[in-house]
Design a protein around this ligand. Structure first.
Ligand SMILES: [Zn+2]
Length: 406
């Protein structure tokens, strides 16, 4: 049975660092943890074992176009049907697209990520392609599929009465046969009748529902103009979304509404900053008790490394909190680990304990910039780089191993 000895382990859902005499796994399960005393700092280097990371929001489809939207407006870069992203995706074949997906999922593994929730464009074809990349790399892609063809005209959307056309109903069935759930760009892209129907269909097939909300004030304003209600309340009450992404411009009432609903939210601070949008109110969301995940959003916009996102978010949260002590580093690390469980359940724990899945990452705290850390969890957020990730395992399968680590 493989094991690691005399290391540091972030143990249990609170991610408390402990000395660990032996960490062992067999097949897909953690079989032995011999814990020593809690250990907040190091006097000499050690291997540090943390739970495998979950990326709460990606669009890996456009990872084929790194930094392609540089110099373009949001509309020119990202909007359907003629934005750069959709024009360029349309030129790729399955054969030319797949290697990009495999390459970027491989990069996620080497930066400690074992799973991601992806808003996958291009309908069932797009979902199948990502599923293939997931099977090749072993990184779990939880695929939330989007219509390839928008079902409604602008006039349909303004009237807000039409139900899903038969062609969209067929496309939805084809998507849900491959994907783990449904997503759409904004609540303003479908009618309320269509949202209700998608809620019923996805509930019957036990699939997830996700949506971008409040990425900018325009999402709320347009929703109010058409329906008399903001996009967040429609996402919760009409669509019953499981995962709400962005909340960049959420106000105090909207944060309270989210928390009352018990829904999980994914924030994407680096992506918002890259697009010149406001930064999400992470300190206020944490204070209110929201269950938060961290996402890296479009592969075109950002590297899908959660190490970079954790660093940025920790500093952003402290700046917004207005003091040097809030939040605690573990609160931020939970956004890429423990907080996944309320959303996904099943064999997704996001933390390590005996009898749970062998989903873990080995960090090299023997490196000069890490070996004398005075605060282990803070150093994981702010100092660990991709080069310090020695290995990543999901269900005991090695997704990444640094060839220099023997
Ligand atoms: Zn997104």
């Amino acid at each position: 049975m493989p094991d690691l000895r005399d290391c540091i382990l972030l143990h249990g859902p609170d991610l408390v660092p402990h000395h660990c005499r032996r960490f062992a796994w067999e097949h897909d399960t953690v079989t032995g943890i011999e814990l020593g005393a809690p250990c907040a700092q190091l006097d000499q280097g050690r291997l540090v074992i943390i739970p495998g990371l979950y990326n709460g929001h990606t669009h890996m489809g456009d990872s084929a176009l790194p930094d392609g939207a540089t110099g373009l407006t949001l509309e020119e870069g990202f909007f359907r049907p003629n934005g750069y992203k959709y024009r360029e995706l349309g030129k790729l074949t399955a054969e030319t697209h797949l290697p990009h997906l495999v390459g970027h999922l491989g990069y996620m593994a080497r930066t400690g990520t074992i799973g991601h929730l992806d808003f996958r464009e291009q309908g069932a074809h797009g979902a199948r392609l990502l599923r293939q990349a997931s099977e090749i790399t072993g990184v779990e892609s939880i695929i939330l599929n989007q219509f390839d063809t928008p079902p409604f005209t602008a006039a349909d959307l303004n009237a807000n009465t039409a139900s899903l056309p038969a062609s969209a109903r067929d496309e939805l069935a084809a998507m849900l046969a491959v994907a783990d759930g449904f997503s759409e760009s904004t609540m303003n892209d479908l009618t309320d009748a269509a949202w209700r129907e998608i809620r019923t269909t996805t509930s019957a097939s036990k699939k997830l529902r996700a949506i971008h909300c409040l990425e900018s004030a325009a999402y709320r304003d347009r929703s109010l103009a058409i329906t008399g209600h903001g996009d967040l309340i429609r996402a919760i009450e009409i669509y019953d979304a499981d995962l709400i992404v962005h909340l960049t411009v959420a106000d105090a009432d909207e944060i309270a509404l989210l928390v009352r609903s018990g829904k999980t939210a994914a924030i994407n601070p680096r992506a918002n900053a890259s697009l010149g949008l406001p930064l999400p109110p992470v300190a206020a969301l944490l204070r209110a008790g929201a269950n938060l995940l961290l996402g890296t959003d479009n592969g075109m916009l950002n590297s899908p490394s959660l190490l970079a996102e954790l660093d940025f978010t920790y500093k952003l949260a402290k700046s917004q909190a207005g003091d040097a002590v809030t939040p605690d580093p573990a609160t931020i690390l939970k956004m890429a680990t423990t907080n996944i469980r309320p959303l996904l359940g099943g064999d997704h724990y996001g933390y390590l304990d005996r009898g749970l899945p062998a989903d873990f990452v080995v960090l090299d705290f023997n490196q000069p910039h890490l070996r004398a850390t005075r605060h282990l969890t803070a150093s994981i957020l702010t100092r660990v780089t991709p080069a310090d990730v020695l290995a990543t395992y999901r269900h005991g399968r090695e997704l990444w191993r640094d060839p220099r680590w023997v």
